[in-house]
Design a protein around this ligand. Sequence first.
Ligand code: B1M
Length: 214
Amino acid sequence: MAEAILEQIAETLMKGRAPQLKEQVQEALDQGLEPEKILQEGMIGGMSVIGEKFKRNEVYVPEVLIAARAMNAGMEVLKPALADAGVKAKAKALIGTVKGDLHDIGKNLVCMMLEGAGYEVYDIGVNVETEKFIESAKEHSVDLVGMSALLTTTMGAMKAAVDGFKEAGLDEKVKILVGGAPVTQSFADEIGAHGYAADAASAVDVADQLLGLK
Ligand code: B1M
């Protein structure tokens, strides 16, 4: 039963049917499935298939965009449940996709997983300039800054943003976590980020470790 609805969610996401996806996510929640399972095994599962097909030129940008919109629609339903599963805010995190990069699905997932784990999250969107990362981090007095990059061409902007925090003398106060498909632990080490996470779920573990919360 649980497996069936998760498969349906993955299928519906791949077809990009946003209203139906919202209904199925709600149905899965009503069936008592854990929000994280719906996210990982349903929605992320479907989006990974789309990503592979995109790589093999079996689907093109419009199909990918439609699936991405469906994912965001499903997230609207799932987000409160992920947040409810958490306790009171244990720390503040600021998250954005770096300058020149418009990919936001992974970044949104990281926000949701952190919220689900009890963080107060400030999502500052995509194409974020170094200055905006720094100003927002100061404005909200965050404990952690998360940067996402999906393009090899925007990894340089990630380095510039990390350098910006060092120059502003904030890298002692604020922990910097980086991630995204082309980002690796060795790149994170090279640019002086405090942490790297390969996926949204481990972003929570790494954030907790960096902040001494586990
Ligand atoms: Co783009 N795109 N895209 N794209 N796109 C990729 C990334 C690409 C690998 C596709 C390919 O060629 N096979 C390729 C990059 C190649 C490279 O640089 N090595 C690519 C390209 C080239 C481009 C354009 C340049 C295409 C063009 O116009 N010619 C263009 C760039 C636009 C720009 O940003 N300036 C572009 C545009 C787009 C769309 C707009 C069509 C759309 C984005 C829609 C949106 O985000 N709202 C899109 C999509 C959807 C993809 C793919 C298919 C899927 C990305 C995705 O959402 N994956 C992608 C191919 C692929 O990944 N197989 C591709 C699902 C998501 C859950 O995974 O974002 O990796 P991901 O996040 C993961 C982890 O990386 C990690 O956690 C997440 C989940 O657990 N993570 C973090 C991410 N951020 C993290 C931060 C953390 C920790 C973990 O800490 C803070």
